[in-house]
Each structure stands twice: as C-alpha cells, then as structure tokens.
Design a protein around this ligand. Structure first.
Ligand code: ADP
Ligand code: ZN
Ligand code: ZN
Length: 712
C-alpha cells in the first residue's frame, strides 16, 4: 500500500511558496525521517514533515506525485522539537522552512546517497569511556558556588554576569559535569562566538570530560571544519554518542535528542547573529530552544547585550531571566586593570600616540612586558587625497573610499575588493604630492617602529651587548591573517613571548587569553560615540571591557595592568563607567536613552533591504510596499488595529549606498510588540513579492527582511 508523504525540501526558486511537497512512499515514514526525493531533474535531500506543524502543503495532483527515491537508513528521525525549532526559525525570520532546515543539516548529508551514509554509520563505534574516573576540577570560589546553586535550583534562563576572569567557563564546566553525571543520556550544547575560540574551549572540555566519557563525548560544530568532519560531529550528536557539542552560531541547530543544557558564552557578541539567509540570532534561538526542550539556558557575559540585561532586570516583567553576578576575578589576578583617559585636546593636533602613552609603552616593553594597541581600521590610511585639486581615492564601483595599503602600494576597496596600484600622481591634476589622510593599523605599526627605535627589550642591554635587542612589533588584522593558519601562527608568537607590541583591529581584543599583556591601548575609540548606529556605544563598551579583560592575567608579572584610552571626550559617560568597570551604570544610561527613543529592547524592529540597478528602483520598491501596507492592508478585515501599531519609515539609502555598482536602500519597521511585528511581516511578505513586478521597480535585483537587525 502506498502513502502520501509531506516532505520538506529546499526549492530556492519558490522560496515563498510552500516548501512542503507531496511524495509517494510504500512505507509510512514518521515525521523527521531523512529521505532522498526527486525534484525536477535532480535528486535532493528532504525531511519528512509533519504537515500540521509546517506551512500547509500546497494543492497537488495525485497523478503527478512522484515516489521518494530512498530513505537514509540508520539515521533516526529528527525529533519533533528539532522540527519545531526549524519551523519557528523560518516563521520568525521570514524565510522558508525548507531553506532553513536544509541549511541547518550538514552539507554532506545532502550529497551522500543512503548507502554511503549507512557505511559511515557502521564505521562510527561508540567509545564507552572510563566511567568512574575522578574529576580534576579546582575548588569553586564562593561566587561560583552560589551561581551554580542558583542554576541547580531554578529553571532559568540565566544570565551569568561575570567579570572577565571571574571563572564563568569553570561554571559551565561544572554544570555540564553535574548534568552528565546525573543523567547517562543527557547532552549539553556550548556555544562561543568565534571559530578561533573553539580550539581553546575544546581543549578545556576534552581535558575535563574525555577521561570520564571518552574522546568522542566532546565534538565541535563550526564552519571552519571540513564537510566530512562536520558530518561526523553531527551524526555523533544526533545519535547521542556525543554528550557535549561545542560550536559557533550554527550549532544552535544541531540535532541533540537529549539536550538538557545550553550555554551561550559571550552572549552579547554580534557574531551570534547571522548575516545571510535566515538572519537568525543564535542567542535568541537558544533561549527559545531551551524552553521548547526543557533545557536550562545559561547566557554568559561580562558586558551583556542590553536586551539580555533588560530581561534580567528584576523590576522588568518580574525578571524574565535570572541574573547571577560574579564580580570578582579569580585568584591573584583579581586586580582589575587601571583605566586611563588621555585628553587628546591637549596633544599636538595630528598626534597618533600621545606623549604619555608612548612613555608608558616604552616602560612596559623595557621591563619585558607585552603591549596591545588597537584601532578598528586596517590598511595604512582610509583615504588618499590630492591637496591641490581635492581628488580622493574613491572606488569607482562603490560609494566609499579605497583604502591605501602601503605594504604593497595598492588602493583597495574594502567593500567590493577592487584593487589598483597607487597612482604616481593625482589622476585628475597630475600633482605628485598625493597624501594619505587618516590612519589604519599599518600606519600604527610603522609609526611605532619609528617611535620605539631606540628602545631596547628587557634584560638585553648589557656591557657585552650595549645595543640590546630591538622591540618586536607584530600586526594582526584581516590583512595579516588572510591565509589559513596565519592567525594561529601569529597568536602563537604572541603567546610564546616573541612579540613585544601587538597592533591590531578588534580581532585581537576578543577572547584570546594573552596573559603577559599588561597594557592595552585604544588609539582612537571616539568614533563610536557619534555613530548613527545606536548600538555603537554598546559595542564599544564591550570591546573595551574585553580588551581590559585581556590585560594583566598573569599575576606572576606583579605589574598593575592598565588600559589607555586616547579621547577627545574624556568626560563622556561611557569612559567614566569604563574607568570604574561599571557595566550596570553604563547599561542603565543606555537603557534610559533607548526607552526615551522607543528603541530596542523597548520596541521590536525589522529592516527590509533592497538592492537594484538604480537607487530610485530600490527605494520605489520599498515605498510601494509601504504605501500598500498603509492603505490597502489597513483596509483588510481586522488589520487596522495591528497596523496602527506598526510604524514604517520611508525608504532611505543604506550607509554605504552603492557596493560593486549595486544601489542599496533600506526601510526600517518598528512596533512596540514583537508578536504584532511578526504577524505583520508574515502577511506583508506576499505584498513584497507582488510589488516586485510593478513597473517602477524594474531593475530591482533582490530584497531581504532582517528581523531584529543589529546594524541599522
Ligand atoms: P572567564 O570564563 O570568566 O573569563 P575562566 O573560567 O576562564 O574565566 O577562569 C579564569 C581563570 O581562572 C582560568 O585560568 C581558570 O582555570 C581559573 N579558575 C576558574 N575557576 C577557578 C577556581 N575555582 N579556582 C582556581 N582557578 C580557577
Ligand atoms: Zn589633484
Ligand atoms: Zn568598491
């Protein structure tokens, strides 16, 4: 007897249409079963879907229904909770369930035929581990013990608000250990923002848990892995052999049939938000998933996102999250770094480094300590100019300047990649004096080498060796780490003490545990104070706190570590709070401003971005859909009330209006309620699809909705 089977597939061409297609099968297969099905001329991976939980299956003609091609035998069906998570993600972020679900599965699963999968499963033999081995863990600090007691006795979600070095990771390890010991099937998911941080974390978790549960108990999932590695981790998590999955944002979709605990470390980090396809927030989905599956959720940060902080305020909503505070650093490194502000109004006008900062760097280096200098701009100078005629190094394809890279004497566009040799003279007037304007990390590196040319490293100036050794300066940014392995190599050099001064972009401020760095300097952090992006101060504060957290971890150096800020706004509240390491005061200021301006977390936002051959077409598309919402939709039955709450701003060009000759525009939508906004977007989707074909939108290339956007 044959059955009609709803199967979820990814059909890019019809993303807006129901992605659940009907197939015929001799066997009745439960929802969640992985199958291969014919789709047009090809064969593709599909997931048997519970039609009731997904978008309704479209009409189908029984005469045209095709047979499924095969079942991926040996792989148990994906759980109902997993299906719900994927359905929710698709609905909330306004994408098709087929796209989201298939993207959440390991790529190799899409390529292999059922026999190949079966062979792989057979090879994977579960290692039972040593069971009773003892746990080599440090005795908990009172703050850690208190936090763990709270996690044990409440259901969460929890915000673990702990200073850098307060022992948050130790708390995660402890919670995971308790869980695994108490329940022989339980699984934990631990997420970190950056791929670069997974090896460190993996080492720590493996050291702790491999002796207890075997090597296979801990697996990683991130985009830096090869497809076979990813498939292996995924199968092992799905089959239950992996007890702990460590990963980046994509890991939030890992299939974990016995998931009981989710940790989101550095929960404030913007990289938890996906920038393409379904623009999901893995942090927000983790909270949702926890509720769905009855797993405890622990969000950890020294500088929580203001959304999370707001949810953990006891006064708000009766405290949606439980806040656990660990203010003290562990052990002797407990002294927090001293934050110093240098008033750049009193320095020579174009000074890159203030005199006192150079003196401080010199002193540290001479003592054999390490220094970190950061500036969030790579290249030598952000623009090259001709002072005679005003020519600037614009990119011909983008509304942006090309950056001057002195190392290879190129002008490079950081948006479209367009690269040319630096011209010998001004292309417009022939003036040979074209000069860099502004500065980037390359220039800092060069300038520091000049300033420190006479400085000698610690211990190396002796009568036999009067010249001593020169200061070693290294630069880490996206340019210096383009090749695979370069970043690891450079980081290893810093750890090994082969570098005295490290110059870099925010890449170096995050997460890495540079124990011998005792001075961190932010050369020009003010930009974020005046940014049009309302989240810029929040990001700056967390970045500087992170950077401060890097400083002075090695107590044996005995040095008071310092964070230096060169600023024209020394009295600014952000820096004042930073000086006191006072995140709560900073957060309170920011939340007050946000509340007054009706910004998140006091409202929900979505952004529609449109790309077109002309700016007019991009804006016309957005504005037509807006007008439709305000007129036609408002007249639909029962919609007037909801629409009265939804505020659609007029379309505007994006901050960088043109990239690679494509014009970009965006429209912001705001609503006091997330639920109403979602309801509106779901209905409005079809309007956007229909608007596309209007004559004034000719030249529109693509559009996408970003729910809860991070950058506006
Ligand atoms: P965080 O994740 O908050 O930055 P970690 O968990 O990495 O902090 O802890 C910082 C350092 O202190 C690590 O070297 C860790 O091994 C150590 N540590 C953490 N908890 C304890 C403890 N209870 N006793 C001794 N050392 C600890
Ligand atoms: Zn000129
Ligand atoms: Zn360009």
């Amino acid at each position: 007897m044959s059955h009609w089977l709803p199967v979820l597939v990814h059909t890019p061409a019809h993303a807006a249409l129901g992605p659940v297609l009907t197939y015929r099968s001799e066997q009745l297969l439960p929802a969640g079963t992985l199958v291969r099905v014919p789709l047009g001329k090809r064969e593709t991976l599909g997931v048997v879907w519970d039609a009731a939980t997904a978008e309704a299956t479209g009409e189908f003609d029984p005469a045209k229904v095709r047979d499924i091609a095969g079942v991926l035998e040996g792989i148990p069906p994906l759980s109902r909770a997993w299906q719900q998570l994927l359905s929710f993600t698709a609905a909330y972020y306004q994408r098709s369930a087929g796209e989201v679900a298939l993207a959440a599965l390991p790529p190799q699963l899409r390529e292999l035929n059922p026999e190949q999968v079966a062979r792989r499963l057979k090879r994977k033999k579960v290692d039972a581990g040593a069971g009773g081995a003892v746990l080599a863990a440090p005795a908990l600090s009172p703050e850690q013990a208190a936090a763990i007691a709270q996690i044990d006795s409440h259901s969460g979600p929890f915000l673990l608000f702990g200073a850098t070095g307060s022992g948050k990771t130790e708390v995660y390890l402890h919670c995971v250990h308790k869980l695994l010991a108490a329940d022989p099937d339980a699984q934990a998911l631990v997420m970190v923002p950056e791929i670069n941080l997974t090896p460190q974390l993996e080492e720590r978790f493996k050291a702790r848990f491999a002796p207890l549960y075997g090597e296979q108990a801990v697996v990683s999932l991130h985009s830096g892995m090869t497809n076979p590695q990813r498939l292996k981790s995924w199968l092992s998590a799905h089959g239950g052999a992996a007890r702990i999955v460590l990963g980046t944002r994509m890991a939030v979709f890992a299939s974990l049939p016995k998931l009981r605990l989710i940790v989101v470390d550095e929960e404030h980090d913007p990289s938890y938000k996906s920038g393409e396809g379904a623009r999901y927030s893995a942090r927000d989905l983790a909270v949702y998933r926890g509720k769905l599956e009855g797993a405890k959720v622990v969000l950890g940060s020294a500088t929580p996102s203001l959304e999370t902080w707001h949810h953990s305020r006891p006064a708000v909503d009766g405290g949606r999250y439980l806040r656990l505070h660990m203010p003290s650093r562990i052990g002797e490194s407990s002294r927090l770094p001293l934050v110093r502000r240098v008033d750049m109004n009193h320095q020579p006008r174009r000074a890159i480094f203030s005199t006192p900062l150079i003196a401080a760097i010199t002193e540290r280096v001479a003592r054999g300590e390490q220094v970190m200098v950061f500036l969030n701009r790579r290249g030598y100078a952000p623009v090259l100019t001709c002072e005679d005629c005003g020519w600037k190094s614009e990119c011909p394809h983008c509304s942006a300047f090309r950056v001057f890279h002195k190392i290879d004497r190129t002008l490079r566009c950081h948006h479209c990649g367009f690269t040319e040799r630096v011209p010998r003279a001004c292309p417009d007037c022939g003036n040979v004096d074209i000069a860099p304007f502004g500065r980037g990390t390359e220039q800092l590196e060069e300038h520091l080498a000049e300033l420190l040319v006479d400085v000698r490293r610690h211990g190396s100036v002796t009568p036999e060796n009067p010249d001593g050794e020169h200061v070693r300066i290294a630069r880490i940014d996206a340019d210096s780490t383009k090749l695979k392995g370069q970043l690891e190599e450079q980081l290893a050099a810093v750890h090994a003490g082969d570098v005295d001064v490290l110059v870099g972009t925010q890449m170096i401020a995050k997460g890495h545990d540079f124990r011998r760095i005792t001075l961190v300097a932010a050369v020009n952090p003010d930009g974020a104070l005046f940014s049009s992006d309302f989240r810029a101060p929040e990001r700056l504060f967390s970045l500087l706190m992170q950077a401060a957290g890097r400083a002075g971890r090695d107590a044996s150096l005995g040095a008071q570590s310092e964070v230096w800020l060169q600023t024209f706004q020394p009295e600014h509240g952000l820096y004042a709070a930073l000086k006191k390491h006072d995140y709560p005061t900073f957060a309170a200021q920011q939340l007050k401003e946000r509340e007054q301006a009706n910004m998140p977390p006091f409202s929900a936002q979505a952004l529609v971005r449109a790309e077109a051959k002309t700016q007019e077409a991009a804006q016309a598309f957005l504005n037509a859909a807006r007008t439709f919402a305000q007129t036609e939709m408002a007249a639909w039955d029962g919609w007037a009330e909801a629409l009265a709450q939804v505020f659609l701003y007029p379309a505007v060009p994006m901050a960088i209006q043109r990239v690679a000759n494509i014009e970009r525009a965006q429209m912001l939508i705001e609503c006091p309620s997330r639920a109403t906004l979602q309801q509106f977007l779901t209905a409005w989707q079809s309007v956007l699809h229909a608007t596309r074909s209007q004559p004034e939108c000719k030249g529109l290339i693509r559009w996408a909705i970003d729910v809860d956007p991070l950058a506006i």
